[in-house]
Design a protein around this ligand. Structure first.
Ligand code: NDP
Length: 241
């Protein structure tokens, strides 16, 4: 067993979420890992981890998972809203279902899942919610319109929530990565948009590795509870846009 508090990570089956799960586990934290695909989370093979196959938008399933994990490991001290989707396209060509899906997972799920843990955090006078935004929540890029919109929205909601919870001793943090080498491009179809993204990434010497972002998340969380690093923008040194 472990004496560290429970950490919940959404989107833990791939990329930044999977690597953050590894690093928190190595640091001794018990975990609740949530994603739609169970197998990649099982393959992480981490101790003291409850794994749950669920859509981040399925609030009932997420609530049940939190209840189950809390029975084993005590109250949630960190919720990492990491699950996300990026489908790059011009608006006119964008699949409407992907418009909806991006807002659902990038914006709606983080707020609804925060609502599940906030009352307990307020009661305990401690806790941390970290939302993963993006540099695309700070500036516009071509063919990013809907994704940009989701990330601008989560940036605004993160800061609003931080202000709301500050007086309760609960931290709310934005982590906004630049380019990271993950499976995030899998929802952008082949063609000029994908080629443009990849050739820019190649021109700057490639993206960050997920472990770089995970390290930033772990060290931000491990600051004393009375210290909030409000915003972490972490990008490849060579990224100039
Ligand atoms: P990946 O595609 O590698 O990982 C995305 C994760 O989100 C997967 O574990 C996926 O799991 C999960 N996910 C997606 N939709 C849902 C859903 N509806 N319900 C539950 N889980 C879901 O990408 P990254 O690791 O790069 O992305 C993580 C976060 O980082 C995202 O919020 C992304 O926007 C952000 N980001 C990434 C950047 C990059 O360059 N890679 C840059 C800036 C921000 P599953 O499919 O099993 O459900």
């Amino acid at each position: 067993m472990t004496d560290k508090p429970l950490v919940v990570i959404t989107g833990a089956s791939s990329g930044i979420g999977a690597e953050t799960a590894r690093q928190f586990s190595a640091a001794g934290y018990p975990l609740l890992l949530i994603a739609r695909r169970l197998e990649p989370m099982s393959e992480l093979d981490l101790p003291n981890a409850v794994l749950r196959a669920a859509d981040a938008n399925d609030t009932q399933a997420v609530a049940a998972a939190i209840r189950d994990a809390e029975v084993q490991f005590g109250p949630v001290d960190l919720l990492l809203n990491n699950a996300g989707m990026m489908a790059l396209s011009s608006v006119v060509e964008q699949d409407p279902q992907k418009v909806q899906a991006m807002f659902d997972v990038n914006c709606v799920a983080p707020m609804k899942n925060a609502q599940l843990v906030i009352p307990g955090m307020i009661e305990r006078g401690r806790g941390t919610i970290i939302n993963i935004g993006s540099i695309a929540g700070k500036q516009l890029y071509g063919d990013h319109t809907v994704y940009n919109g989701t990330k601008y929205a989560i940036h605004a909601m993160t800061e609003g929530l931080r202000r709301e919870l500050a007086r309760h001793g609960v931290r709310v943090v934005l982590v906004a990565p630049g380019m990271v080498d993950t499976a995030l491009l899998s929802n952008t179809g082949e063609g000029a948009v994908l080629d443009g993204y990849l050739s820019y990434k190649e021109s700057i010497g490639g993206g960050l590795r997920p472990e770089h972002v995970a390290r930033a998340i772990l060290s931000t969380y491990e600051l004393p509870q009375e210290v909030t690093l409000r915003e972490v923008v972490v990008a490849p040194t060579g990224q100039d846009a």
